[in-house]
Write a protein that binds this ligand. Structure first.
Ligand code: UDP
Length: 241
């Protein structure tokens, strides 16, 4: 497989074409960014860990009837995926208040939400990924109301299955971000990744608010032990498969 014709390079992954028009190769990188790429660094081994975790979670979700773009992993940091047109919206699901929800609303970090909250952010780094309303999604013609209903339903189903899965890993799923794409048959598929880069994951065996963090907040907040936290998530995910 030729790796010399990059289709696209993002902050955490590089996308390559393959001989098959309907298949792309994603190479996961060790590069880490935060705060809209104002903070940059490397998390050693992250590419392979995030690729492995995403593959495990996407296969688990497929078994639960969720359509994803996942095909297979030719190596630990490479994933073959179905080619899709990415919908330019980040779908965030929250079970516990953290991050921007606390900064923007004053809710205390750690507050259990009465029901999962689904939010939509515009995928646009230049605009700082702003929070969108339903009507703004329609105004920008990002999705139809039918597609939005599907996104919300699928996001909540994914949350249900991920919560159940992570509970078996002794991990609390605080919140996470999803991306979806549309394939050649006009089907909506779960795309991108689900990993410690895109989720907040708290270790249920730790009570200390810093010690329990097993996700990119360790990098964002300079909490240290970033690599070992990512490795522990991978070990626990693989141990309950
Ligand atoms: N998230 C992400 N990519 C983004 C923004 C957020 O993966 O560009 C994830 C983030 O890791 C967290 C969830 O989405 O699990 C909610 O993030 P939040 O809106 O709280 O933003 P933050 O506090 O990370 O700025």
């Amino acid at each position: 497989m030729s790796l010399n014709t990059k289709l696209y390079e993002g902050k955490a992954k590089i996308l390559y074409p393959t001989e098959d028009n309907e298949v792309l190769l994603t190479v996961y990188k060790d590069d880490a960014t935060a705060f809209n790429a104002q903070k940059k660094g490397q998390i050693h081994g992250k590419g392979a860990i995030n690729c492995t975790i995403t593959a495990a979670l996407f296969q688990m979700l497929e078994q639960e009837g969720i359509a994803t773009h996942y095909i297979d992993c030719p190596s630990p940091n490479q994933m073959r995926v179905k080619a899709v047109k990415i919908i330019p919206v980040e779908v965030v699901v929250r079970n516990i208040a953290a991050g921007s929800l606390c900064r923007q609303t004053g809710l205390s970090e750690g507050k259990l939400l009465p029901k999962p909250l689904v939010e939509y952010y515009l995928k646009d780094d230049d605009l700082g990924d702003p929070l969108l309303t339903r009507d703004r999604l329609f105004l920008l013609e990002i999705v139809t109301s039918e597609q939005l209903q599907i996104l919300e339903e699928v996001a909540l189903k994914i949350n249900h299955h991920l919560q159940e899965f992570f509970t078996r890993c002794n991990i609390t799923l605080v919140d996470f971000k999803l991306e979806f794409g549309i394939d050649a048959q006009n089907q909506i598929l779960l795309a991108d990744e689900i990993s410690p880069d895109t989720c907040r994951l708290w270790d249920q065996t730790e009570t200390d608010p810093e010690a329990r963090v097993m996700d990119k907040d360790r990098f964002r907040k300079d909490l240290g032990d970033v690599e070992s936290a990512y490795q522990r998530v991978q070990q626990r995910v693989l141990s309950v498969l």
